[in-house]
Design a protein around this ligand. Sequence first.
Ligand code: HEM
Length: 271
Amino acid sequence: MTQEETFVSFGEQGAQLTYGSYLRLPQLLDSQHLESDPPAHDELLFITIHQVYELWFKQLLHEAGAARDAMMSATGASSDRVWWAQHLLNRVHVIERVLVHQVDVLETMTPQDFLEFRQRLAPASGFQSVQFRELEFLSGAKDASYVERFRGITAQEQQHLDARLAEPSLWDGFVHVLGARGLAAGTDDEIRDSMRTAAHNRSAYAEVWALSEALLQHDELAASWRARHVVMVERMIGAKSGTGGSSGATYLRSRLPMQYYPLLWELRSAL
Ligand code: HEM
């Protein structure tokens, strides 16, 4: 074999697709526009990290939505796809751990460096993240008052939020699985009893137990993100109010006790 024959010119074998065109890199890499003038060094990091979060939120909605669908389609037959829901929820957990750790990167920014461009950001705030709120709704925390508190969202974003409020949540999917596995799930009391049954009889209800643990893990990781975010916020802006107009850390701390699945947490006390 000659040297010429062994040399492969990647991307020149007839295909039109390239790495950059497939990933839409020209658009992606041209989407970081600084508000500060002269440019503040750390603003690129600030924009990049928020964009990365939004990409992961999109992925989480994709995975959690499919997990919900798989649970909602449970029939009780051994061929149903409850295992797929569990598989996807495991992926959700891994991504959520990345989201918690990612705060470390932003925390390399000092409060002084943040102040170089912070005043330019108001009234924009993470509070306006539509996908973040969609994730809360899809998980089961459907607080419609948040939709009314959004300012300046597009008609399409409004539609997404309304749809999330109307569609079944992960919790609805889980309740459906309980029924499909012969466990009563018509009321909260029935769910409490059924969960105690599953917890004490894991060989018969292995799948139900594993799924409930996967949901609890999702809940715990969401709480970890909220806790990590508020500590970072306190380090960055202390007791100042948020660019979104809230009381800042005080508002964020008020959200820490939120639970997606209170019945699963309660179960611990009843075992
Ligand atoms: C310097 C960094 C950051 C600061 C100082 C900060 C500050 C705040 C503050 C004060 C709030 C309360 C709402 C307001 O009045 O603005 C908030 C909410 C929020 N932030 Fe951040 N944030 C930072 C970074 C991030 C990042 C990287 C994300 C990732 C997406 C994020 C996502 C959110 C979300 C989703 C909320 C709404 C939380 C809720 O309603 O429970 N923030 N942030």
